[in-house]
Design a binder for this molecule. Structure first.
Ligand SMILES: [Zn+2]
Length: 221
């Protein structure tokens, strides 16, 4: 096996994909890249590791692209060769879930759990995302010191603290059940379940932490 590291093979190349800050597909340009090229007998591969910038908002992200001598095929209908490659973009943004605005102001424990939940959602890790919903819920209960020795009691404890409403309680118990299934049966949640669960969790975070903080800075008396 022969390995050769090249530099800036893809410098200046423009690519269109979803920008994590603009939240819509945007043109990006490769600012710098390193290429890991491996040659074996009858098989070559190349992985390009790129620092990429959005041409609209200038945000930076990381992209890698893998291709090898077998990632092309002959298309009988057109009579032409076609090529494909495997792309990864970090931070993940494929599923289109973006963090709620001002999520950096969440208490550290809650914020960390929420960050990991969004990453799991966007990476399509449905078992971990189901589990993450439960972890965020637990972290909110811990932060607000909701009473109870298990999550069931703690959710009811949130109601006693007036942190949530009666109708929130029944939804949160459903989310708790979702996390249980993910944890005990390693069963992935459906995209629809996760999407609704994320909306409820974000509603809870906004109402409990973000809006009160914003209100006190916007309406300073
Ligand atoms: Zn952008």
């Amino acid at each position: 096996m022969a390995r050769k590291i090249k530099k800036d093979v893809t410098l200046g190349v423009q690519l269109k994909f979803i920008c994590g800050e603009c939240r819509i597909p945007q043109k990006h340009v490769v600012l710098t890249s390193y290429e890991d090229c491996i040659a074996e007998e009858g098989f070559d591969s190349q992985t390009s590791y790129q620092i990429v910038q959005c041409l609209n908002c200038e945000a930076l992200c990381f992209r890698s692209e893998y291709e090898d001598s077998e990632s092309h095929s002959y298309d009988m209908s057109t009579g032409e060769d076609y090529y494909w490659s495997t792309e990864h973009i970090f931070p993940h943004r494929t599923a289109g879930r973006f963090k709620i605005k001002d999520s950096f102001t969440l208490p550290p424990g809650v914020g960390k759990a929420y960050d990991e939940l969004v990453s799991a959602m966007n990476a399509g890790q449905t078992i971990l995302a189901g589990l993450g919903i439960r972890v965020v819920l637990e972290s909110v209960c811990v932060d607000l010191k909701a009473e109870g020795d298990n999550l069931f009691k703690k959710i009811n404890g949130l109601l006693k603290l007036n942190a949530i409403t009666e109708s929130d309680v029944s939804i949160l118990h459903k989310l708790r059940a979702l996390g249980n299934t993910a944890a005990h049966e390693a069963k992935p949640s459906s995209p629809e379940q996760l999407d609704l669960a994320m909306n409820v969790i974000e509603h809870l975070l906004l109402g409990t932490y973000i809006h009160p903080r914003l209100a006190s800075s916007v309406f300073r008396s």
